[in-house]
Design a protein around this ligand. Structure first.
Ligand code: PRX
Length: 649
């Protein structure tokens, strides 16, 4: 271990790799070495590890950059890669999915089980009239049927759009309408902390009246058995349909660049963006990164605690692990039900060897205390992972020490819905790790930190995180909005992808991700656009204007704070605060609920009328106010500050 101080963003101690196995080290070195010989050769070699019906001809077509095309003319099917190719040999009987329900119920699906049900459900979708290219919306709890539905869509070439089960009817409606889906797959409900979550009721609300005219059928998985409304001719039970389905459904031969899925994610302005991923590059990207970042071995039991409604669930619960023939744990519940040791009992029960979670969860475990680990044997763990937000060095250390028992390296993985796969990460065979740094680019990926002009910053200086060259799993477009694709990611620097994150490099070239530099808030690793929450707030008849910021939060990383001006004749009150919070939850979902709402006579604006969120953030975090010279009326700040102080005391 060596101490580092100069020029590093955070004081830290480098941790020597606790893995002594030489092959792990060799694999990491070999992978880095391969990529040094050429990025395209590297990805060409990696592409051979998945199954193609027809080989590709051109690895990268950049003639219409930044609308890149990877593996041109290659033909494949993602579901074939995740199931069919594992059932010809002994893997047929290997557990593909270990499902643990909220209330402790368990189901294990072997690769053969998964193959069979994916085929059946693919046949069901076809019989409902779903054609290649039709978008299917999936709004599900964490159930095996959610994975089956995703793979069934992939099998018939229908891009899926998974909407996180915690989103409100309004958010579901917006996403259905944007994608024009004809079929929606859901469940009667799910369980959370022993109670039933009324998922189907949300669906009924989303489809009310003239909403979502495109939806012709809703397929309902029976999970809780509670009484629900079934709309005649529209709503169908999953189990009835499966009973009548054929056992085999030929996988569609998809072009490498055919869409695999859309996943909506929050942006800086307006509606969520439909991030579009295609088949060949995505599959190569997630297969390769899963295998090498987690040193995946055949006997591993892998558990990623994300929800399938987010990109982490897509890439590292479903496609990455299953393409590798791995056993992936799917957990419906929460870390604190029935008690705060739930995660540790799951790891022990299934002998989990690779564990991938988020800093916000680890911070919560730290707060609950080490005593919850007592009596749990976590010795099966080999590799730990972190994703979703910067991991504070002390949180990294706690994770390493208490969960990993100082024998598992922590992979701090930086990536985004847009990147599809992990881009910045250490590798398990690296000599040492820096707690708090996501380390460096994955082999075959070229990232940097640059200034306003696009020049690489010096060590220790903050800049913008960019990706210099295309890589297979990158997004290809924004669904039906190529203009926004260009303006969001490619406008700032010519031919270079702007990630929207701030970062620093140290003298060794290690990257320290700082967080979003745009109007995106990261609450517990979930991305929310300030504009979305503001639009929800101004829908209230009493609200004139709203500005939303992300305020530092000990557990969640960031929490939503809203500053609201009211229309004349309206006064702020605790009731109004409660109403506004409720409104945001009903428009977006519980994760967007503002932690605090402040009523203010005016909002700080530039002379051109733009709200200065930076100032609001400073006030909320109790920092000294910086430069206010561009303010239209600098006195506003003092009055907001006084209000804030009065409320906070
Ligand atoms: O700010 C970065 C943060 O999460 C953002 C991407 O959010 P989303 O598209 O929802 O995907 C989350 C899961 C991949 C990034 O722009 N982020 C993600 N991972 C890290 C991170 N920030 C710091 N360190 C990370 N390891």
């Amino acid at each position: 271990m060596k101490e580092k101080q100069n020029n590093t963003p955070v004081p830290y101690q480098e941790i020597a790799n606790p893995i002594t196995d030489k092959t792990v080290k060799q694999n990491t070195n070999q992978l880095r070495e391969k990529a040094r010989h050429g990025r395209l050769d590297f990805w060409s070699e990696m592409s051979k590890n998945i199954s193609w019906f027809e080989e590709w001809n051109t690895i990268l077509d950049d003639s219409k950059a930044p609308f890149y095309r990877w593996f041109n003319d290659g033909k494949l099917n993602a579901s074939f890669n995740c199931v069919d190719r594992h059932i010809s040999g002994w893997r047929k009987n290997k557990a593909a999915i270990i499902f643990e329900g909220d209330r402790g119920d368990r189901r294990v699906l072997t690769y053969q089980d998964l193959y069979r049900e994916v085929n059946q459900f693919a046949d069901v979708l076809k019989k409902l009239g779903t054609k290649r290219g039709d978008v299917v919306t999936i709004y599900m709890p964490m159930l095996p049927e959610a994975v089956i539905a995703m793979l069934a869509c992939a099998r018939i070439g229908a891009p899926h759009s998974v909407v996180f089960g915690g989103f409100s009817p309004g958010a579901l409606k917006d996403r259905i309408e944007d994608s024009n889906s004809k079929v929606l797959i859901t469940a009667d409900g799910g369980y959370r902390k022993g109670k039933v979550v009324p998922l189907k009721d949300n669906v009924d609300k989303a489809l009310e009246g003239s909403n979502c005219q495109s939806i012709k059928n809703v397929v309902v998985v029976n999970r809780t058995g509670q009484d629900i409304h079934m709309e005649q001719d529209r709503d169908l039970w999953y189990s009835d349909l499966i009973n009548d389905a054929a056992l085999y459904c030929e996988p569609e031969v998809m072009d490498a660049e055919d869409p695999l899925f859309i996943l909506y994610s929050s942006g800086t302005t307006g509606k969520p963006k439909g991030i579009l991923h295609t088949t060949g590059g995505y599959m190569v990207g997630v297969h390769t990164t899963f295998k090498h970042i987690f040193d995946y071995q055949e006997q591993d039991v892998y558990w990623c605690t994300a929800d399938i409604g987010w990109i982490t669930g897509h890439s590292y619960i479903v496609y990455g692990p299953l393409a590798n023939g791995a056993t992936t744990v799917l957990f419906e519940g929460t870390p604190d039900f029935p008690a705060q040791n739930r995660f540790w009992s799951i790891i022990e029960k299934y002998g989990v060897s690779i564990f991938y979670t988020a800093p916000t969860a680890i911070r919560m475990f730290m707060r609950w205390g080490e005593e919850w680990l007592a009596g749990h044997d976590l010795s099966s763990l080999r590799i730990l992972g972190s994703v979703g937000e910067p991991i504070n060095p002390e949180v990294w250390m706690w994770y390493y020490k208490y969960i990993g028992g100082e024998k598992c390296p922590v992979m701090d993985t930086w990536w985004q819905t847009e990147t599809g796969m992990i881009l910045i990460t250490p590798l398990p065979g690296d000599a040492s790790f820096k707690p708090g740094s996501a380390s460096r680019a994955f082999p075959g990926v070229d990232v940097d930190v640059v200034d306003e002009q696009g020049k690489p910053v010096k060590p220790g200086e903050q800049g913008y995180l960019v990706v210099n060259t295309p890589y297979p799993a990158m997004l290809r477009n924004l669904y039906k909005d190529p203009e926004r694709y260009l303006s969001t990611y490619w406008q700032q620097y010519e031919g270079i992808y702007l990630a929207g994150d701030g970062a620093k490099k140290d003298e060794d070239g290690s990257i320290w991700c700082i967080g979003r530099i745009d109007d995106v808030i990261n609450v517990s690793g979930h991305r929310l656009g300030t504009a979305e929450i503001e639009s929800a707030l101004v829908e209230h008849p009493a609200v004139a204007e709203a500005a939303v910021i992300g305020k530092k939060h000990e557990l969640k990383g960031q929490a939503v704070s809203a500053f609201v001006t009211l229309k004349e004749s309206h006064n702020g009150s605790d009731e109004l605060v409660a109403e506004l919070k409720k409104l945001v939850v009903s428009k977006i979902g519980a994760l967007a609920r503002p932690e605090d709402i402040y009523f203010t006579a005016e909002l700080p604006k530039t002379r051109s009328g733009k709200i200065i969120r930076r100032l609001l953030r400073d006030i909320a975090e109790g920092k000294v106010i910086g430069d206010t010279t561009t303010l239209m009326d600098p006195d506003i700040i003092n009055s907001i500050k006084d209000k804030y102080a009065a409320k906070a005391s």
